[in-house]
Write a protein that binds this ligand. Structure first.
Ligand code: PAF
Length: 254
C-alpha cells in the first residue's frame, strides 16, 4: 500500500493513473467492519482503491466528540487493516493542507441538511460537504463509497455531486451490523460494557416493525435519550444517546 501524506505527491500519482478507474472511500479512521465492506465493494469495481483518513474538525458540533475521535485514532491498526483489505493508496492529509482557506469557503445545502441530523448538529453537514468536495477534487475518483448507516450524509453527498456536476458515481453500501444487530460505528468503542449491551436494544427496537411513534415510546421507556425517530426518504431514521455516546441508525421501510 502506497501511503501519501502530501498533496503534491498525490497529484503526481494521480497523473500517472489517468486511464484507470479509481474507487474512493473517505473516512475519519478508527476503521471497522463497515469501512472494510466499502473497501471490498470499491476493490471489486475499480482498478485502484484509495482510502483517506482525516478527522475533519469542521464537521464536529461538539468539541468533546472531536477530541474523542482524536484520542481513539490508531493509525498503525488502520494501516494494517487497509493493507490486508488490499487497498492501493492510503491518503493522509493534514488540516493545514486541506484548509489553506481557513474554512472561508463552505458548501451549504439549505433543504435536507436542516432536518434530523442537521437540526441536532448545527454546521455538521456544511463541514461534511465541504470536506467531501475538497477530497473529491483532489482524488478525482470514478466512484466514491458511502455507508447507508449515515443515510442523510449519503443523500446529501449524492445531491451535491449532481448539483455541482461532479463526474463521480456515488455508491451507497448496506449497513454492516454486529452479531447482535448493532450497526458498526467508530463510536461503539466508547460504550461501556453495560451500554454496549443496551445499544443492541436500540437496533432491535428500530427493526422491530413497529411504527416510528411506538419505537420512540419504547426507546424512551427503556431509558434511552431519544433525539429523533422519523420516517423520511423511505427509511426510518433514529438518533439516541447512551451516556455520552450518540448513536444513529436507520432501516428501509416498505
Ligand atoms: O462519514 C465519515 O466518516 C465522514 O463524515 C466523512 C465522509 C469521511 C467526511 O469527513
Amino acid at each position: 500500500m502506497n501511503i501519501v501524506t502530501d498533496i503534491n505527491s498525490w497529484v503526481q500519482f494521480r497523473k500517472s493513473v489517468q486511464n484507470k478507474t479509481i474507487g474512493f472511500i473517505p473516512t475519519m479512521g478508527n476503521l471497522h467492519a463497515g469501512h472494510l465492506s466499502l473497501c471490498r465493494r470499491a476493490r471489486g469495481k475499480n482498478d485502484i482503491t484509495v482510502v483517506s483518513i482525516f478527522i475533519n474538525p469542521y464537521q464536529f458540533d461538539q468539541a468533546e466528540d472531536f477530541k474523542q475521535y482524536q484520542l481513539a485514532q490508531d493509525l498503525t491498526q488502520d494501516q494494517t487493516l487497509l493493507e490486508s483489505a488490499g487497498i492501493d493508496v492510503l491518503f493522509l492529509p493534514t488540516a493545514e493542507m486541506l484548509y489553506q482557506d481557513n474554512y472561508e469557503f463552505q458548501i451549504i445545502e439549505t433543504a435536507e441538511s436542516t432536518i434530523l441530523e442537521g437540526a441536532h448538529r448545527p454546521g455538521h453537514f456544511t463541514g461534511v460537504l465541504t470536506i467531501v468536495l475538497k477530497l473529491c477534487n483532489l482524488i478525482m475518483p470514478t466512484r466514491a463509497y458511502f455507508g447507508e448507516k449515515d443515510y442523510q450524509q449519503y443523500l446529501l453527498v449524492k445531491k451535491m455531486v449532481q448539483a455541482l456536476f461532479l463526474p463521480i458515481e456515488i455508491i451507497a453500501c448496506k449497513t454492516v451490523r454486529d452479531s447482535d444487530g448493532l450497526a458498526y460505528s467508530s463510536r461503539n468503542t466508547r460504550l461501556t460494557l453495560e451500554e454496549r449491551k443496551q445499544a443492541a436494544l436500540f437496533a432491535e427496537i428500530l427493526r422491530s416493525g413497529q411504527n416510528a411513534l411506538q419505537v420512540e415510546k419504547i426507546l424512551l421507556q427503556l431509558g434511552f435519550a431519544v433525539e429523533y425517530v422519523a420516517d423520511c426518504w423511505g427509511r426510518r431514521l433514529a438518533a439516541i444517546k447512551l451516556g455520552n455516546v450518540r448513536l444513529i441508525d436507520n432501516i428501509e421501510i416498505k
